[in-house]
Design a protein around this ligand. Structure first.
Ligand code: PLP
Length: 369
């Protein structure tokens, strides 16, 4: 049996390091925002080549606080894509702003710059490109348009820890960025966690205030804020895992390259790695071309019969989900809608055996016959 993912294998591979880090926290008697969080924030910022990282409770809150720190709220529009975690859109709403959706490119499956430009209005204040599945969005044209219209750029890096665009890690191309440390992400905690990353001291300061009741000094709220803090246990675990991130990303890339080489690429097409960046394969997503007669559901069922786990990220574009049908009518974002019907994620994680990659690829080849 080849499961879609297996987090236990990763823990076992670094168990002694994790256990000593967590014991250090238990013994310290200090559990929320403290030396581990501060050390992790510094190490993570350094890893990314960024000035500041601020730990928060989740990727959703990282996006939410990034938007609020920019002073964006009621009456403002923020543009993003429909093929993302619903978190991207709910964060815009949590900040009080209005989400606006644009379509994606057929190759990278990330934001289409022309479609983005076409939905800008005089209320637009920011754009959130999502670095989807571990691959950077095509930032140059998106940022070029954003600068022209004086829009803030918020990078959603929740699936792209360590991914590169033109040789540089994503998160510092825009004004501010958000990361998630949800357990299945490339850098995952043992619970919820997230971080806001920026080179702007003023924005980093604002996020720090917002994450804890607007406090600069304890019990005195300078601005109105909330409680969305990273805890010491998660920070200690993330510090251990950060040291392995590059090796894990390399292992993901190796497995992805193997899939891409072995997959038949007829009706079922491997993901396209854009030449402008370095993909870190948070997910390995194939496309079952309906026009060539492939069916995503048949492929998923075919693999399931062979005890191979698959998943769909994401089966329903945001604007076709019950809560968000007011954002755009069905049929208005055709590329994202087509992709949602055609994509299938195959098992891919650093600990996946290379023989399992072969087994999965062979099963897909058999499906193609
Ligand atoms: C996971 C994810 C988020 C949300 O992160 P949480 O930590 O689960 O709140 C946001 N955006 C994208 C693209 C994600 O994949």
């Amino acid at each position: 049996m080849i499961p879609f993912f297996d987090l236990k294998k990763q823990y076992i591979s670094i168990q002694s390091e994790i256990d000593s880090a967590t014991r250090r926290v238990y013994a310290s008697g200090w559990f929320i925002l403290g030396p581990e969080t501060e050390a992790f924030e510094n190490e993570f910022a350094q890893y990314l080549g960024a000035q500041y990282a601020v730990g928060v409770n989740s990727g959703t809150d990282a996006l939410h606080l990034a938007i609020r720190a920019l002073g964006i709220g009621k009456g403002d529009e923020v543009i993003t894509v429909p093929n993302t975690a619903v978190a991207t859109v709910s964060a815009i709403e949590m900040a009080g702003a209005t989400p606006v959706l644009c379509d994606v490119r057929p190759d990278s499956m990330t934001m289409d710059a022309d479609s983005f430009a076409s939905v800008i209005t005089d209320k637009t204040r920011a754009v959130i490109p999502v670095h989807l599945f571990g691959q950077a969005a095509e930032l140059d044209p998106i940022i070029g348009i954003a600068r022209q219209y004086k829009l803030a750029v918020i990078e959603d890096c929740a699936q792209a820890h360590g991914a590169k665009y033109q040789g540089q890690k994503v998160s510092t191309f825009g004004d501010i960025a958000a990361f998630s440390f949800y357990p299945t992400k490339n850098l995952g905690a043992f619970g919820d966690g997230g971080a806001v990353v920026t080179n702007d001291a003023r924005l980093a300061d604002k996020v720090k205030l917002l994450r804890q009741y607007g406090w600069r000094t304890r019990y005195e709220s300078e601005i109105s804020g909330m409680n969305t803090r990273l805890d010491e246990l998660q920070a200690a675990i993330l510090r251990v895992k950060l040291k392995h991130l590059d090796a894990w990303n390399a292992a993901r890339r190796e497995r992805a390259a193997m899939y891409t080489e072995l997959l038949p690429n007829k009706r079922v097409a491997p993901p396209i790695e854009m030449p402008y960046g370095e993909h870190v394969y948070h997910l390995y997503v194939v496309q079952c071309h309906e026009a060539r007669g492939a069916s995503r559901e048949y492929l998923a069922a075919f693999l399931k019969e062979r005890e191979i786990g698959t998943a769909v990220q994401y089966p329903t574009p945001i604007h076709l989900q019950p809560a968000y049908q007011h954002l755009a009518p069905a049929g208005s974002l055709p590329l994202a809608e087509k992709l949602a019907r055609e994509i299938l994620s195959l098992p891919l994680y650093p600990e996946l055996a290379l023989t399992d990659v072969q087994t999965v690829a062979e099963a897909v080849r058999e499906f193609e016959l």
